[in-house]
Design a protein. Sequence first.
Length: 218
Amino acid sequence: MSGNAQEEVTREWDAMAGEWDDMASGYRDEFIKILWQETGYSSDEDRKRLVVLDFGCGTGLLTEKVQSQVAHVISIDVAPSMIKVLQEKIKSGGWNNVEVYCAVAAHVGQAAPEIKAALEAWKVKVDIVACSSVLSFVPEGDLKATMIFLGHMLKPGTGMLIHSDWSKGEDQPDGFTKEKALAMYGMGGLQAKATKTITMKTGGYEMPVFVGVATKSA
């Protein structure tokens, strides 16, 4: 990758930090329904033991809802302004089961030593990697390293990655297809469990959204 590509992505997300909660809360609510349905964790009891990695956490919309249902949440994003909003939520909410890091997954090896060590400690301990409208925005040159990182975080045998992204169409020529998703999963050593395009209703609108679930073999 190019550092320029990542810097551009970071600037764009930073600029939306102040309005992101209003923009994306409806999408978040729909994604959470999909998250539990597609991963099979339908009961509160099952969820209480889970470790969830909220990849591309932004201002923590997903983290905010999930942290009360699971054992632990690790939240990662590239945008410092987004992370600052989430840190304020953690402090005001007293969420003692959430840790948050501003880091580029593809370049964790170059992160600050404390961030690198903290994320290294969670390798092969994560039950679910949740990516809500994130993977589409990873620069192409960073995609393989990103998927390798996410794959390494998951528990062998039971770990699952679930993502929602824009489905390919006339207005989204670079959107997701099954073929694109399968290639991406392969980069991280994952196998597809399910891929589908659904209609998501949020904010009075309907949109086609690609949903994929991939597993990590033992």
